[in-house]
Design a binder for this molecule. Structure first.
Ligand code: GDP
Length: 140
């Protein structure tokens, strides 16, 4: 399989606890390359656009509140099969179900405050990367 890119976010619970480096260490140890990265404060509009697919879910308001509650680190990760690989490294959405050694098992606090986001398909990865990065900010 060719080199692929995925979009990642270290969420506010991670930045708040000073875990950016610890999360990045797990990402890099898994063979994913961080080819773009910046720390930002997401606006409410950005969060609502990003999670639009969940707009009808009961936790949507809480999710957008959380994602704008502190800094996040948005990233582009590159590897062969990066999308599936990062989903594996992240672990299950609910940390109670996450496998040992995954980022969410290691660091997540709850199903909401679960430390990281990762794209789930090539189409969403492309849309998510484009929402936060210009092409010349990604250096592979
Ligand atoms: P992911 O792809 O593993 O991040 O999971 P989903 O796409 O299903 O959900 C997106 C994000 O919404 C999750 O990572 C959580 O931060 C949040 N979320 C999902 N389910 C719940 C829930 O039941 N309660 C709350 N507060 N947040 C949730």
């Amino acid at each position: 399989m060719a080199t692929q890119r995925t979009f990642s976010i270290i969420k506010p619970d991670g930045t708040k606890r000073n875990l950016t480096g610890a999360v990045n260490a797990v990402i890099e140890a898994a063979g994913l390359r961080i080819v773009a990265q910046k720390r930002i404060l997401m606006t409410r509009a950005q969060a609502e656009t990003f999670y639009a697919v969940h707009a009808a879910r009961p936790f949507f308001g809480e999710l957008c509140e959380f994602m704008t509650s502190g800094p996040v680190v948005v990233q582009v990760l590159e590897a062969e099969n990066a999308i599936a690989k990062y989903r594996e490294v992240m672990g299950a959405t609910n940390p109670a179900n996450a496998a040992d050694g995954t980022i969410r098992k290691l660091f997540a606090l709850s199903v909401g405050e679960n430390t990281v986001h990762g794209s789930d398909a090539p189409e969403t990865a492309a849309i998510e990367i484009a929402q936060f990065f210009a092409g010349n900010e990604i250096v592979g």
